[in-house]
Design a protein around this ligand. Structure first.
Ligand SMILES: Nc1ncnc2c1ncn2[C@@H]1O[C@H](COP(=O)(O)OP(=O)(O)OP(=O)(O)O)[C@@H](O)[C@H]1O
Length: 351
């Protein structure tokens, strides 16, 4: 079983000043060695602060934080400097030195760690090969695309072979295609080098593509934490439901249902996809089994953690008693939602 590499126990971070801000509010959780752990939340939720506590960029106000066996909440700045090479970090704005070449940027932490020139050159070559930028060694950051710059950031963060990589909105400045390339590099960092990744994002798409588990933060608090599929399939907190809805768009809005109701007769039923081959087969034939006609009028299915997730909305026509019987079957095997035509906007017309 994987061991926790990061453990928060009742951790608080308060910024004192003219406006006192409780940026991290009583967070207790563990992150296992080797996992890709996502942290999601709206602006100001406390994500960056939480992650900056891990490498001691911000000191903990109270509570206990243990990182790779070190109680960072109790270390002095000098002691923290000894721990930091074990923790790499990448940033939204890449934070490269514009006046240095790509190779010099990657070599920078090795200089700080007092590696000699020969070892440095060999390590930089290895790192640039890993991120696919060997041919850019002598270029300057301004000559690179955003995705290439972030790959340099990753190479630099990995220079001292850290066990943990912190990624703060590392794809937020990138387009979707480039985002995918950077996330693929991070996946290799995790799979091939065994590095634990803690990734902050405000995009559920990034979480579902990369992460094993996800933490949702709001007002400094850890409001929901779970396996990515579980959090998507059954979001509990309102803030989580908003993130999932923004990504999925599989469920019609009331306006869309109103328009669909005006042109499609029958009862309107949304049926979630259930990731279980047997149950799913039962559910997809339920209307036909009851002699009903069911037309798909809305829906969406995506893959999360290599499992299908989403829902389909049907207009179901046939005898009411048969529809009720079909819905009773669905209720027993994973649920459904029926939309009442009377409550929909502009829904006069069919029933
Ligand atoms: N150095 C600081 N001094 C005072 N307040 C701070 C400091 N750093 C962060 N804060 C405050 O702490 C709260 C959490 O900020 P934080 O940057 O951790 O949130 P976030 O979820 O990462 O937001 P974003 O997505 O905008 O980066 C905010 O109210 C912020 O203004």
């Amino acid at each position: 079983m994987a061991e926790p590499i990061i453990a928060f126990d009742g951790v608080h971070k308060v910024f004192e000043g003219s406006n006192r801000v409780h940026a991290v509010d009583d967070v207790s959780l563990t992150i296992d060695a080797g996992e890709i752990f996502g942290v999601i939340g709206f602006s100001g939720a406390g994500k960056s602060t939480l992650v900056r506590l891990v490498n001691g960029l911000e000191p903990v106000t109270s509570g206990r934080l243990v990182v790779d066996g070190h109680e960072v909440s109790a270390l002095s700045e000098k002691q923290l400097r000894a721990v930091r090479p074990d923790i790499g970090m990448i940033f939204q704005q890449f934070n490269l030195f514009g006046s240095k070449t790509i190779a010099e940027n990657v070599a920078y932490p090795l200089r700080l760690a007092k590696w000699d020139a020969g070892r440095r050159a060999a390590r930089v070559a290895e790192l640039l090969a890993f991120v696919g930028l060997t041919d850019k060694a002598d270029a300057h950051p301004s000559q690179l695309s955003g995705g290439q710059k972030q790959r340099v950031g990753i190479a630099r963060a990995l220079a001292t072979s850290p066990k943990i990589l912190l990624a703060d909105e590392c794809t937020s400045a990138l387009d979707p295609q480039t985002t995918r390339e950077v996330l693929d590099v991070l996946r290799r960092v995790n799979a091939e080098l065994g590095v634990t990744i803690v990734l902050i994002t405000h995009e559920m798409d990034v979480v579902r593509y990369l992460c094993d588990r996800v933490l949702i933060m709001e007002n400094g608090r850890a409001v929901e934490l779970g396996d990515v599929y579980q959090v998507f399939a059954r979001p509990r907190a309102q803030v989580t439901q908003r993130f999932v809805a923004a990504t999925m768009r599989d469920k019609p809005s009331a306006d869309a249902l109103g328009r669909l109701a005006a042109t499609h007769p029958g009862r309107l039923v949304t049926v979630p996809i259930v990731d279980d081959a047997h149950t799913d087969a039962e559910r997809s034939s339920v209307f036909a089994r009851h002699g009903l006609e069911a037309r798909v009028i809305y829906g969406g299915i995506i893959e999360i953690s290599e499992r299908p997730y989403g829902s389909l909305t049907y207009a179901v026509t046939g005898a009411d008693t048969a529809v009720d019987a079909a819905l009773a079957d669905l209720a027993g095997s994973g649920g459904y939602t029926e939309h009442d035509r009377a409550t929909l906007p502009n829904s006069e017309g069919h029933r």
